[in-house]
Write a protein that binds this ligand. Sequence first.
Ligand code: GNR
Ligand code: NI
Length: 182
Amino acid sequence: MNRLEVLHFPDKRLRKIAEPVKKVDNEIKNIIEHMFFTMYEEKGIGLAATQVNIHKRIIVIDVSENKDKKIFLINPEIISLSDDIDTMEEGCLSVPGFYETVSRPKTVKVSSLNYDGKQIEIEANGLLSTCIQHEIDHLNGKLFVDHISSLKRSRIEKKITKLKKEGAVPSRKSTPNYKSAI
Ligand code: GNR
Ligand code: NI
């Protein structure tokens, strides 16, 4: 199993819109396995294919404490979002070392394909809801830093660019503090 390279902000490839999966075949299953491996290795709770330079609408997630509850979404579509808003400290494997507060709808209902190519529905709140919305953003070329002020965003861009030049982009050692996750 290979660990896939995760692209870092402000890489332009993170801005690409991912293409729908046409058929859930072995290639797609293989991509999903490599994405789970990469996500666990990087200590992330989610990963979108866009982040590993695969521009297909695929997401993997595991928000469980024991890292034993794999969730994958293929061609996810948002069916509904709640009016209630939740505020959470977010991080991103593509923006390593930076955490900012982001507000998003509290509950999300999404459709997805399963391994049999059948459509399923998932309703989520809390950390899973935040994560699903964060990952779908990636498939649409959007990052959590697009939800914060442009001043903060450009500061982060400058810092990451500088750290990359020095070859010192921090790798993610620990999970952020999920303030409102409980
Ligand atoms: O590992 C991750 N943690 C996280 C914390 C709060 C909100 C969203 C996330 S997703 C992130 C992994 C990642 O970058 N997924 O795209
Ligand atoms: Ni991310």
